[in-house]
Design a protein around this ligand. Structure first.
Ligand SMILES: [Zn+2]
Length: 299
């Protein structure tokens, strides 16, 4: 189904009753008695020890900043979808060998083996092959690192096509480029990769909506989740690192296109003003006291 960015604002920003979503063409109202059970579980795959300017452009330059590396599971009835996968298991063993020294000088990971994707999702009784789909925000090392867990499964793994094009070029070069690690994609050929060039309504009921948010990378994508607790959660991943990026309109420290990245941040701010809630991935203050999996996420 085709859903416009305007429809997304309406989904994200209001309760059904308040703005009469049922009047939006193509959008179904979620009747309370037929609404699926939808909830979110957040997991942290360790931290990155970095500096503030790499997250908030030109801000508090040189000040140390330890940021969490989150990935998410979204439960829709009895189906489970993952949004991102965190770092590769090798990062818990020897990060400098796996990511290289220049990256570790800027973003030193601190990760335990039990923080790896396939180990953590066992907390809710899942193996990678049990997932209905995986949405990859983008190909960077702290998001796409456990892609090889999906190799030789039938699980569809969704990327925006523009992101796949970048990944394929980097794989062909064999060189670590920016925050893309060719070794993260060594099993790409045996992953059930799906290319998107727009929105994806994962379950066809507007509860889990994937939408393009380019700027940080050419094919970044974010997810809007409408939980049955009545929350409209914007899982932005690197389209908005921290709340301060949004509230103070500060560009991300790393972006291929800063004006495009800022458009996403302005959209998130607008959506948050009308009731949607941003879940800023790399914001240590935001995550203070927030429940992590296997507990349900609560904002
Ligand atoms: Zn990131």
């Amino acid at each position: 189904m085709k859903v416009s960015r305007r429809d997304l604002f309406k989904i994200g920003g209001c309760t059904l009753g308040a703005l009469g979503l049922s009047q939006v063409p193509g959008l179904k109202a979620l009747a309370a008695d037929s609404a699926p059970d939808v909830d979110v579980y957040a997991f942290h795959c360790g931290i990155l020890k970095t500096q503030t300017q790499y997250i908030l452009k030109d801000t508090r330059v040189g000040a140390p900043f330890d940021i969490p590396v989150p990935f998410f599971l979204i439960r829709h009835g009895s189906s489970w979808v993952a949004y991102d996968t965190g770092n590769n298991a090798a990062v818990a063993v020897d990060p400098i060998k796996y990511w290289g020294k220049p990256i570790c000088d800027a973003y030193m990971p601190v990760m335990k083996p039990w923080e790896e994707f396939s180990v953590q999702i066992k907390k809710v009784g899942l193996k990678p092959k049990d997932l209905s789909a995986v949405i990859m925000s983008h190909g960077h090392l702290d998001h796409c690192g456990a892609l090889d867990d999906l190799a030789s499964t039938n699980v569809p793994v969704y990327f925006q096509k523009k992101e796949l094009d970048v990944i394929k070029k980097i794989v062909a070069s064999g060189k670590i480029t920016g925050a893309y690690i060719p070794a993260d994609f060594k099993k790409l050929g045996s992953v059930n990769v799906k290319a998107l060039d727009s929105y994806l309504d994962v379950f066809g009921d507007q509860t889990v909506m994937v939408f393009p948010t380019p700027g940080h990378t050419p094919g970044h994508q974010s997810v809007l989740v409408r939980t049955n607790a009545g929350q409209n959660l914007i899982l932005s991943q690197d389209a908005c690192y921290t709340l301060e990026n949004m509230t103070a309109s500060i560009p991300p420290g790393l972006a291929v296109d800063i004006p495009e990245a800022m458009i996403n941040i302005y959209h998130f701010r607008t959506m948050s003003i009308i009731g949607a809630q941003l879940v800023p991935p790399h914001d240590p203050d935001f995550w203070q006291g927030k429940p992590l999996g296997p507990q349900k996420f609560k904002s």
